[in-house]
Design a binder for this molecule. Structure first.
Ligand SMILES: N[C@@H](CCC(=O)N[C@@H](CS)C(=O)NCC(=O)O)C(=O)O
Length: 209
């Protein structure tokens, strides 16, 4: 398998974590987001959303959208990142979606670049925007996760955990104070203590700067 990835991308981080947790081997193809590599015709032909990650299977099949890729990986390899029990599954997905569908889209690189290019946002404005939406989303996620387990909902990592740890990395990048989110800080620490998730961390990628 080949994973098209960018070191700081939280969506790439999610899929890297899922691949490592499942012990699946893959080659990394670097996509330089700041250089606009995601918008080249070749890349856009593979991934019409013009974002990372893209996973190309050994038979050439191309998968896009991090949550869909993880859903596929969950169907083919253990350990499972989503519970079988329908109610437990809905809870894990709700926390994962609160990160992936509520926080990430409004804080994507293209959104900040548009705020700056079309609306004159300064670097300080961009930082305030990012922090605002992370705090908004994290306030919800903090109330959704368990207070008495190692990870978000149990003693092993699930989809919610890998969404939370990747968004927490992004929160640090934007200078966010995590003290109002003790559960999320606990989950992040537990994730970073897990060798498979640590291997997926941005700083451990070949394009890390
Ligand atoms: N919903 C997509 C989002 C993919 C995406 O946009 N990823 C970001 C990086 S975290 C990206 O490539 N952004 C490039 C841009 O905004 O130009 C997914 O979950 O895979």
């Amino acid at each position: 398998m080949k994973l098209y990835s960018y070191w700081r991308s939280t969506t790439s981080y999610r899929v890297r974590a899922a691949l490592h947790l499942k012990g699946l081997t893959f080659d990394t193809v670097l996509v330089d987001l700041l250089g606009g590599a995601q918008r080249t015709p070749d890349y856009a032909g593979m991934n019409p959303g013009m974002g990372v990650p893209t996973l190309v299977l050994d038979n050439g099949t191309t998968l896009t959208q991090s949550l869909a890729i993880i859903d596929y990986l969950d169907a083919i390899a253990s350990p499972r990142l989503l519970p079988d029990n329908p109610l437990d599954r809905a809870r894990v997905m709700a926390a994962a979606h609160a990160v992936a569908l509520d926080i990430h889209p409004v804080n994507n690189l293209r959104v900040v670049q548009h705020l700056q290019a079309a609306h004159g946002a300064s670097a300080d404005d961009a930082k305030a925007w990012m922090q605002h939406w992370i705090v908004n989303g994290f306030t919800a996620v903090e109330a959704m996760v368990s207070n008495d387990t190692r990870f978000a909902f149990g003693d092993t990592p699930d989809l919610a955990d890998i969404c939370i740890v990747s968004q927490a990395y992004n929160a640090h990048r934007w200078g966010l104070d995590m003290s109002p989110f003790p559960r999320l800080a606990r989950i992040e620490a537990a994730c970073l203590d897990h060798p498979a998730i640590a291997a997926a961390h941005p700083d451990n990628q070949p394009d890390a700067q």
